[in-house]
Design a protein around this ligand. Structure first.
Ligand SMILES: [Fe+2]
Length: 173
């Protein structure tokens, strides 16, 4: 093996989505200034985008929800950082409820169909990380469970520079 081969930089794999989501949840200073809780609409901000993944922070006023949907070809993870969220997952033809409490990592595998609501009396905040980027969401009829509509997701510029991704993995930096 030549010296050039030995010294060639080894491509680094993208960090696990769970590390990014938990790192963001811990680094409140990275999302507190941009999260909004609005009575009129659930508010999503695209927080961070790299070629490998993107992250969103969502503010949920009590009672706000997103109807039955999937995430296209993206896999993801979700972490609630304050408040609680109620999720119902379509499993074998029925909607199975889950309570999403703060700092618990929730996997969002490709093919997942679910609804999410803020069932509490206080605003809630959640961090979502997707890979690849979320480009479409399928929407489903809650009665039949059939996909009825595909929504194209328009990417907005991220609120944070992509270099912030490094801070997530070293939060004391
Ligand atoms: Fe979702």
């Amino acid at each position: 093996m030549s010296m050039a081969t030995i010294l060639r930089p080894v491509p680094t794999a993208a960090p696990p989505l769970s590390d990014i989501a938990l790192g963001l949840a811990r680094c409140e200073r990275l999302w507190r200034a941009v999260v909004r809780h609005r009575r009129d609409d659930r508010h999503a901000v695209r927080l961070l985008a790299t070629p490998a993944y993107e992250a969103w922070v969502i503010g949920w006023w009590p009672g706000q929800s997103v109807p039955l949907h999937d995430h296209g070809g993206a896999e993801g993870v979700l972490v609630v950082t304050e408040g609680v969220l109620g999720e119902r997952r379509l499993e074998q033809g029925r909607l199975v409820p889950h309570l999403l409490t703060p700092h618990r990592l929730v996997d969002l595998p490709v093919g997942l169909v679910h609804t999410v609501v803020n069932p509490g009396l206080e605003p809630a905040t959640s961090i979502h990380v997707y890979a690849p980027h979320l480009s479409e969401m399928g929407h489903y009829d809650p009665e039949s469970g059939r996909r009825i509509h595909t929504e194209a997701i328009i990417s907005e510029p991220p609120a944070l520079p992509s270099a912030a991704g490094g801070v997530l993995l070293h939060p004391s930096a």
